[in-house]
Design a protein around this ligand. Structure first.
Ligand code: ACM
Ligand code: ZN
Length: 503
């Protein structure tokens, strides 16, 4: 990235070294031309030429920033022509893929122009401009705001830039989730992976099984004063809210383990029949769905049918992590299933379970994501693995091994992305070094490009009530988005920390 030569007049939006302080760093920044000065006396005109309903909230956020700084005049007013013009335009490009997120932002004394081939790019151009306006705004209101003359060409390195939000252990109110989506989208994340179900609670309203939320959502980690669930109406509202902000919501429904909330309500879906109580503490519980009981699959399909109706995203996460097999080993029905299906052990039974759910969801037009605990199983190649267990020196090779079998990976290694861990365990500079490195003995760069989708930071909430969620996840989430958007081989941690201090 180049630096600004006349940094002194526009220092607000630049670091002391003359770089743009936007997060994540745009791919290419060319300084040059005359700076844009915005004042309430002169005002400015805003032209949204996209005609996009999806972009309307983002344009209105931009209008609000501009209104504060430089009273917007009606763009159609004739005297508007003498004021700085802020323009957002879609410019169709036959070569742009449907998921293109690139944009160009040009700033000069005449105004600012955002051009992109798709709505997503316009959205990200608006976020960059909003960040620049905020960084440049002096403390005292009604003073001039000066942006450097600049041309930005920007596009993300990775298409999947997510945060996993654990709403099962601790419930977060819907208003908080909207605030979180505002923040994530402002920093160009585009996926909220929503962990809705776990041992300690079931948060998703399922109309065919209303007892799930009626009986298993009133607590957060055993605390009855902090429970809650999401009604289907609220979920639809949140999905729509996120759509306007270019965030996909990918729901996670855990199976066959981490499901004590469901087994507490329906103990007949377990191997032993229960009874059970909701665990008020973190656990890897021995009781999981019985793989030999067809009622389990009927139940899960009922749940997934409603999930499919609620969430338009092509992906559904089915969990699959930390499923102890002791109950299956001792269960006559599970043993019968293994005999009947010719499965050698309980590991193969788990692969059979997941393959069955894969078939079902594929028949409904959806693709599954599973935690990497299933990565050593023989599963259809369109199953996406989410890599988390970075526990052995050669663990980083797993995504390449999966890619050599045709599987895509989402990266969220515990070493960089578990933002519920304290900053002693994962510091900001450490998070910044997240790298989607491939083992090229196993796969070609082209294959890695096609199959390493991107990454997520994970915020598990066993110990994090919603009031502390943002302060735990940020600022390290800035480092994760920097790593996924910019993918700089040698990020400068010191400069990044300086930049973060301005956000
Ligand atoms: C996990 O952290 N259990 C995926
Ligand atoms: Zn069983």
């Amino acid at each position: 990235m180049s630096t600004c030569q006349n940094a002194s007049s526009v220092v607000g939006v630049l670091s002391p070294s003359g770089e743009l302080d936007v997060i994540p760093s745009p791919r290419r920044v060319d300084f040059g031309g005359t700076p844009l000065v915005l004042t309430p006396e002169v005002g400015c005109a805003l032209h949204d030429l996209t005609g996009s309903e999806r972009l309307a909230p983002a344009v209105s956020d931009l209008a609000e920033s501009l209104q504060r700084i430089a009273r917007i005049v009606d763009a159609s007013a004739s005297d508007g022509q003498n004021r700085p013009q802020i323009t957002i335009r879609l410019q169709p490009d036959p070569n742009a893929k449907p998921d293109d997120e690139s944009y160009q932002l040009q700033v000069s004394s005449h105004g600012a122009t955002i051009v992109a081939p798709r709505e997503a790019g316009c959205f990200y151009g608006i976020q960059t401009l909003r960040q620049m306006l905020r960084l440049a705004s002096p403390e005292a209101s009604h003073a001039a705001v000066t942006l450097p003359g600049v041309t930005i060409h920007d596009a993300p390195r990775y298409a999947w830039r997510g945060m996993m939000v654990d709403s099962a252990r601790n419930y977060q109110p819907l208003s908080f989730l909207k605030q979180l989506i505002d923040k994530l989208s402002h920093y160009k994340f585009n996926v909220m992976h929503w962990h809705l179900v776990d041992d300690q609670a079931w948060r998703l309203e399922v109309k065919s099984h209303p007892r799930l939320t009626a009986e298993a959502s009133r607590v957060s980690m055993g605390d009855e004063s902090r429970g809650g669930c999401y009604t289907q109406q609220e979920i639809r509202e949140l999905v729509r809210y996120a759509w306007h902000r270019f965030i996909r919501i990918v729901p996670e429904i855990e199976m066959p383990g981490h499901c004590m909330s469901a087994l507490t309500v329906y103990p007949h879906l377990s191997c032993t029949g229960g009874p059970f109580t909701l665990p008020g503490v973190q656990c890897i519980c021995p009781d999981i769905y019985c793989a030999g009981n067809d009622e389990v699959f009927a139940f899960i399909e009922d749940v997934l049918n409603e999930v499919i109706d609620l969430f338009p995203d092509p992906f559904i996460h089915i969990g699959g992590d930390e499923a102890p097999k002791d109950r299956w080993a001792a269960c006559p029905r599970c043993r019968q299933r293994m005999r009947q299906e010719g499965l050698a052990d309980e590991g193969q039974l788990q692969a059979w379970f997941i393959a069955r759910m894969h078939r079902y969801l594929k028949s409904r037009g959806r693709r599954i994501i599973a935690w990497d605990d299933l990565g050593d199983k023989d599963l259809p190649s369109d199953v996406v693995f989410q890599w988390w267990r970075n526990r052995t020196p050669d663990a980083w090779r797993w995504p390449s091994r999966w890619a050599s079998r045709g599987h895509a990976t989402i990266f969220s290694p515990t070493s960089h992305c578990y933002l519920d861990y304290s900053e002693d365990l994962i510091s900001l500079p450490q998070a910044l070094t997240l790298s989607l490195a491939a083992d090229h003995d196993l796969i070609s760069p082209e294959r890695a490009d096609a199959l390493f989708l991107g990454g997520e930071c994970n915020v598990w909430t066993e110990k994090i009530p919603w009031e502390r969620f943002l302060s735990r996840a940020f600022p390290r989430a800035y480092a994760i988005i920097e790593a996924l958007w910019r993918a700089d081989d040698r990020p400068n941690a010191e400069r990044f920390i300086q930049r973060v201090s301005r956000h």
